[in-house]
Design a protein around this ligand. Structure first.
Ligand SMILES: [Fe+2]
Length: 202
């Protein structure tokens, strides 16, 4: 299977991206090197779409050159159906890195992230459903679904801040993903209810 790199945008669309992998010749792409490379991107590029374009190859490099990543996740908590293991967060620095695991059948709410993000699936199979805002006169937070995309291990998806999605763990085994996000603008981060046509900050 050929792995894909994706970009999801606020219009509810997604497109395949072609990322060249920078070859540094390292046996292991260490987290601190990845962080340094990401910091350089953030400093030099202010546009989210450009940041994502520059970061996707680095995440691809992690997948191919970082065997340590396989040991970074925690199994999903059976009580809640998921787990998050923070690999990196630092006060006053706009970046978090998390390993996220979902039990099969678990679904996230419909949400945006209000920041850029790159997610790489390490194991399991994950369905991403996408929406776009479709306000009408009486429902300013109305959304409509635009489609869905199934991610397999090795696939990478990147999100613009206002991309609206929900994920669902398919199949029989937990999903494990690597997630890197910028600092969210909480005022613009929403959880959507497509039946009531409402949105709540979270
Ligand atoms: Fe998300």
């Amino acid at each position: 299977m050929v792995n894909q790199d994706w970009l999801a945008t606020e219009d509810g669309k997604w497109q395949v991206c072609h990322s060249a992998v920078p070859g540094e010749g390292l046996h292991q792409y260490r987290l601190y090197r990845f962080l340094t490379n990401v910091e350089d991107i953030i400093e030099h590029h202010s546009q989210e779409q450009v940041r994502l374009e520059k970061m996707r190859p680095l995440v691809r490099q992690l997948l191919t050159e970082s065997t340590w990543l396989q040991f970074a996740a925690q199994p999903p908590d059976p009580k809640v159906g998921w787990s998050v293991n923070f690999l990196y967060e630092e006060p006053q620095f706009p970046l978090t890195i998390q390993m996220v695991a979902w039990l099969p059948g678990q679904k996230s709410p419909i949400h945006n992230h209000a920041t850029w993000g790159v997610v790489a699936l390490l194991s399991g199979q994950e369905k991403n459903r996408f929406w776009r805002r479709a306000a009408d006169e009486s429902h300013p937070d109305r959304i409509e679904q635009t489609g869905e995309l199934i991610l397999n291990p090795g696939d990478i998806i990147s999100f613009m801040p206002d991309a609206i999605h929900a994920v669902e763990a398919l199949g029989d085994e937990p999903t494990v993903s690597f997630n890197i996000y910028g600092a969210p603008n909480y005022q613009d981060r929403w959880r959507f209810d497509p039946q009531a046509h409402t949105a709540q900050q979270f």
